[in-house]
Design a protein. Structure first.
Length: 82
């Protein structure tokens, strides 16, 4: 992805995962700080991930789905995994 004014581009896949993470976090009533603590991230890193400006690796996605008590597909797809 290219950059604009020094800001990194947004990968569509990262943006989709981030949006799903934010939606589930908010549905649980958790703050960014709560989620960041569970994922061993700073709140700023969590905000960047939710905005699609940071990539969540499989370990972070697994930790997020475990913390939120979700199946793995809930963050990586809008289609059920079964």
């Amino acid at each position: 992805m290219g950059t604009v004014l020094g800001f990194p581009g947004v990968d569509p896949s990262d943006a989709a995962v981030g949006a799903r993470l934010k939606r589930w976090r908010e549905q649980r009533g958790w703050s960014v700080e709560d989620m960041a603590r569970l994922l061993d991230m700073t709140p700023e890193e969590e905000r960047r991930a939710e905005a699609g400006r940071a990539h969540l690796d499989s370990l972070k996605i697994g930790a997020a789905t475990a913390a939120l008590r979700l199946p793995i597909w809930a963050l990586v797809s809008d289609t059920r995994g079964y």
